[in-house]
Design a protein around this ligand. Sequence first.
Ligand code: NAP
Length: 243
Amino acid sequence: MKKYALVTGGSRGIGRAVCVKLAKMGYDILINYANNASEAQKTLNLVRQTGQDGELLMFDVSKREQVVRAIEAWEMEHANDYIEVLVNNAGVRRDNVLVFMAEEEWYNVLDVSLSGFYNVTQAILQSMLVHKYGRIISLASVSGLKGQPGQTNYAAAKGGIIAATKALALEVARKNITVNAVAPGFIETDMTEGLDEANLKKDIPVQRFGKPEEVAELVGFLASHEAGYITGEVISINGGLYT
Ligand code: NAP
């Protein structure tokens, strides 16, 4: 039986670094992406360089039917394997002040981050319950803990993930499944491209943006067997920006 880790939004940024970290921990990796097949392929190449294998799995996390179809098809082809680690990482940002926020900007962010959590986690959870083991780690944000102006949609989505994490953790703890969230501050990825780093880092005690690999180390620890007594937690990784 092979044990897999599924990382949503594994094609770029934090998701890519998480794929590589989990591969180094001995998992074969299911690399989900929505649009960017060439970047997802680059992640797969990096996974293979660790000596593990992986597969690309394209679906839009916000589209329930696509998610269920892709995961059911994978499970049919891999009757003896199972997904032991799920990292809900896919996310988008559509910043605007609420007074001007279009309905589409609100729902797009909620649909990808928060409904994505429901769609993917529910599709995987049954199998984790049967195997009586699992690790679920979701990417929240400092924005979901303290709020940021221009991000009511994103803050609501990430705050929702934190609350859902705490509730689900209580539902499945007896089955050896831990459910946690990580809440990064500013991390150097496409998502923060174009932000005024020189100005923003003045407010970060560590005086720099974080690296995707630093977030991946934390996710890797929460995914490990050794982290089995941590559940329902949200762990910040933000250079001291918010404590
Ligand atoms: P990123 O560089 O913009 O990458 C986003 C990833 O999500 C890509 O792999 C993208 O796939 C995927 N994705 C987007 N929409 C999707 C959908 N509907 N279905 C499936 N995949 C989808 O983002 P990042 O900075 O690495 O952020 C990763 C996570 O960390 C997000 O949840 C984000 O909110 C959170 N976070 C980031 C920061 C930061 O400073 N960077 C801070 C706090 C929290 P494609 O390549 O196919 O487009």
